[in-house]
Design a protein around this ligand. Structure first.
Ligand SMILES: C[S@@+](CC[C@H](N)C(=O)[O-])C[C@H]1O[C@@H](n2cnc3c(N)ncnc32)[C@H](O)[C@@H]1O
Length: 220
């Protein structure tokens, strides 16, 4: 039977790949990744382990990606993996967090193919480690989101907002109003990593590979 591994490649530093990810990438007959103008960050992370094997970059339509795109991607993946062979679908961070792989997996469930997920270190976990800031302490609540809603700030203690390109100003205003301390974590573990705390610098930045990490001020 054909098999596809959904592989989380972590935040970008290849030393943060799991042994299992490396093993299955090396064993796979074909590697899949979303096509970002001919490039892909997850692919860059694993480049040392591909050893010249076939790479299929999957195109998703510009703007809103829909069910049709996932059906097409699942079809391509199914056809590219040889009988009794394996493929590896690469995602940044972890495959089960804001990833196209989740929707493709749903379409693959309708086909005669086995799917297994190999977890990766998510961006916000790497960011907490890098800034030596706890994500959550005993008794606290933490929220991960990509669509910000200021009302939740009263109910939680710690928040990571991914994909912040469009509404950084609103997020920072709300965090300030609710006495949260924030950091803008950009390209965590990559060569051009930056941690910004200055409001104006954060607002000026346009890098998609970034997130905002906010924590409620504590006096203890
Ligand atoms: C489509 S989501 C993918 C999330 C990913 N699956 C994860 O587990 O972190 C893309 C967002 O992840 C975040 N991201 C991924 N890698 C990052 C990194 N190395 N540094 C900062 N943010 C990162 C950014 O917020 C980016 O907009």
């Amino acid at each position: 039977m054909k098999k596809l591994y959904g592989i989380g490649t972590g935040p970008g530093d290849k030393e943060l790949l799991t042994l299992k990810a490396v093993k299955e990438i090396e064993l796979a007959s074909v590697i899949f990744a979303p096509n970002n103008k001919g490039k892909n960050m997850a692919l860059d992370t694993v480049e040392d382990f591909i050893h010249g094997k076939k790479i299929v970059l999957l195109d998703f339509s510009m703007g809103k990606v829909g069910k049709e795109d996932y059906i097409n991607a699942a079809e391509i993946i199914y056809n590219e993996i040889p009988e009794e062979g394996t493929g590896a679908y690469l995602t940044i961070g972890d495959s089960m967090i804001y990833s196209t792989f989740i929707y493709i997996m749903k379409e693959l469930e309708k086909k005669n193919i086995q799917v297994e997920i190999i977890p990766g270190i998510p961006s916000f976990v790497a960011g907490a480690a890098k800034s030596k800031t706890p994500l959550i302490l005993k008794g606290e609540s933490f929220l991960l989101c990509d669509e910000f809603n200021e009302e939740v700030l009263d109910k939680i203690d710690s928040i990571c907002v991914l994909k912040t390109l469009e509404n950084k100003k609103e997020i920072l205003n709300n965090l300030e109003n609710k006495d949260y301390v924030y950091r803008y974590m950009k390209r965590v573990t990559l060569e051009n990593e930056e941690i910004l705390v200055d409001r104006d610098q954060i607002l000026k930045d346009r890098d998609y590979i970034s997130f905002i990490f906010g924590r409620r001020e504590r006096n203890d």
